[in-house]
Write a protein that binds this ligand. Structure first.
Ligand SMILES: Cc1cc2nc3c(=O)[nH]c(=O)nc-3n(C[C@H](O)[C@H](O)[C@H](O)COP(=O)(O)OP(=O)(O)OC[C@H]3O[C@@H](n4cnc5c(N)ncnc54)[C@H](O)[C@@H]3O)c2cc1C
Length: 480
């Protein structure tokens, strides 16, 4: 069976690696338009590198009339546990030599001001009841919070009431590094990784085979696929539109860009502030615009990253042009886009105003978050990746959706959240849906149990013993 994957970001490369490990007989090709893997959204500073497991992100625990919903937080935490199990397997197999090349333990904290202290307390009380979050601490004591996340508190007047939660066992992940390691492994193991190859269109031939048309070094090339997965970030939308699949007209893309402030710091500063601290999103801001100050590690160096500052950039991916975005749309998308613009006018207004925010205004936000930090380091603005949110049947959605054709021969991933953190779990489900027959074989089931302690999200949520076993298996191998 020929499996063709468009996009060598973390999603496409993870799907290829899982497929390769479960069934070495598959004929796998990965096609990437850029000169290397993980150069778009999975690139190290194109995202924030948070191992999202709901330790610190308020948007995963929505509040409705004093009731706090934790279901989404539990789901994401379980998904991230599966990601860690998969990465641990890569280390165990020697596919990745040194886990420190891509993953580091760091505190995950939430910091809020006076108006949200009670909300944070409620979140803490609800979450810490569950075995996923039973190591969470809460404090509204200035000195204690300062000892957890010094940069955010050391120059803040004591009169400002703040509260924070902390989980020691969070992570910072270099998604580019882990993707590159997997791609190298694939190239060494009979997987055809085609770089500098831009897929223009894929259509189904009368025999049921997908014909993938691409341009490589200025020449037209074609690939044949029995199963085609498009994990092309924002680039997945135009390919879906051209696929002739009946569902294509239900989806359109709503692009949201981002910028970060980044400063390189020395080892001592990195030891002093070993945390990712998430705050509260501004009114009208999309959920992914929660401000956060993160310690990042990349290529043996340390950085502080603050942001994101959202931007309204009508492009499919960072580095691609406006014309490509416009061309990706069809006439039937126009009413849906107008509907979203009207229904979500505060969001559009917010994005436009953020787009024109200058460095000084960005510093004002940084200083509100961590008073005095501006002067300590040299900050640069970095253009981050591009999230293309889903407009489905005229409604704007903030999540991710796997779309699989009725005959299971075409699969694609649309949307953006919660992203790279959950890639192994999402790609495993995708593989199960696209090649269900493969999972019926005993051999594949055996291989699966050699990779994962469990892939059952409910079991992780409901069985503390299994969860702890899976967590310690992964954490030991990942040295976190
Ligand atoms: C500002 C920001 C912050 C984020 N922070 C986090 C975070 O802290 N934690 C987290 O887990 N996630 C985060 N994310 C999300 C995360 O970056 C993405 O979910 C993840 O990188 C998506 O991987 P992907 O493989 O789908 O996409 P990408 O990495 O974008 O890969 C898609 C690939 O497809 C290629 N491609 C596109 N079109 C074509 C074509 N026609 N032909 C051939 N190749 C093509 C592209 O060149 C690219 O290499 C963040 C995202 C953004 C934008």
């Amino acid at each position: 069976m020929r499996l063709v994957i468009v996009g060598a970001g973390i999603m496409g490369v993870t799907l290829a690696t899982l497929a390769r490990e479960l069934n070495p007989e598959l004929d796998i090709t990965v096609i990437e338009r850029l000169s290397g893997p993980a150069m778009s959204n999975s690139g190290v500073f194109n995202n924030a590198g948070t191992g999202h497991e709901a330790n610190c992100e308020l948007n995963y625990t929505p509040v409705d009339e004093e009731e706090i919903a934790v279901d989404k937080a539990l789901h994401i935490h379980a998904q991230f546990n599966i990601a860690k199990q998969f990465w641990a397997y890569l280390v165990k197999q020697g596919i990745i030599e040194d886990p420190a090349s891509f993953i580091h333990a760091t505190k995950h904290c939430t910091l809020v001001a006076e108006d949200s202290i009670e909300l944070l307390r409620l979140r803490y009380q609800e979450m810490s009841k569950h075995h996923f979050f039973d190591t969470m601490s809460f404090s509204d004591d200035h000195e204690e919070i300062k000892s957890w996340i010094p940069y955010t508190m050391e120059n803040r007047p004591r009169s400002e009431r703040m509260a924070a939660t902390k989980i020691e066992g969070g992570t910072d992940v270099n998604y580019q590094a882990v993707t590159e390691e997997m791609a190298r492994y694939l190239s060494r193991n009979n997987v055809n990784v085609e770089l500098n190859t831009h897929v223009k269109r894929a259509h189904k031939s009368p025999t049921g085979t997908w014909l993938v048309e691409a341009i490589k070094d200025g020449n037209a090339v074609q690939y044949k696929a029995d199963k085609l997965f498009v994990g092309a970030g924002g680039g997945a939308f135009p390919l879906l539109k051209k696929s002739h699949l009946p569902c294509r007209s239900r989806f359109a893309g709503f692009p949201v860009g981002g910028r970060f402030l980044v400063a390189e710091i020395d080892e001592e500063a990195a030891k002093y502030y070993n945390a990712k601290t998430y705050g509260k999103a501004k009114v009208g801001a999309p959920p992914m615009s929660v401000p956060h100050l993160d310690l990042r590690a990349a290529n043996g160096r340390h950085y502080l990253l603050f942001g994101p500052f959202a931007t309204f950039m009508p492009v499919l991916e960072k580095g691609r042009g406006f014309v490509e975005y416009v061309r990706s749309m069809r006439f039937h998308d126009v009413p849906n886009l107008l509907n979203v613009a009207l229904e979500h006018f505060p969001l559009v207004k917010y994005l436009v105003s953020e787009t024109f925010k200058g460095k000084e205004s960005m510093f004002v936000e940084l200083e509100n978050f961590a008073p005095g930090i501006r002067q300590k380091f040299e900050w640069n603005i970095v253009q981050a990746g591009q999230r293309v949110q889903i407009i489905k049947d005229g409604d704007l959605q903030m999540g991710t959706e796997i779309v699989i054709s009725e005959d299971q021969s075409y699969g694609t991933l649309l949307g953006a959240s919660p992203g790279a953190s959950v890639s192994p779990e999402v790609m495993l489900r995708c593989l199960e849906k696209m090649i269900p027959g493969m999972f019926e074989s005993e051999d594949v089931q055996q291989k699966l149990s050699g990779i994962f302690v469990t892939t059952d999200l409910e079991q992780l949520m409901n069985d503390p013993e299994v969860y702890r076993k899976a967590k310690s298996f992964a954490n030991n191998l990942l040295k976190i």
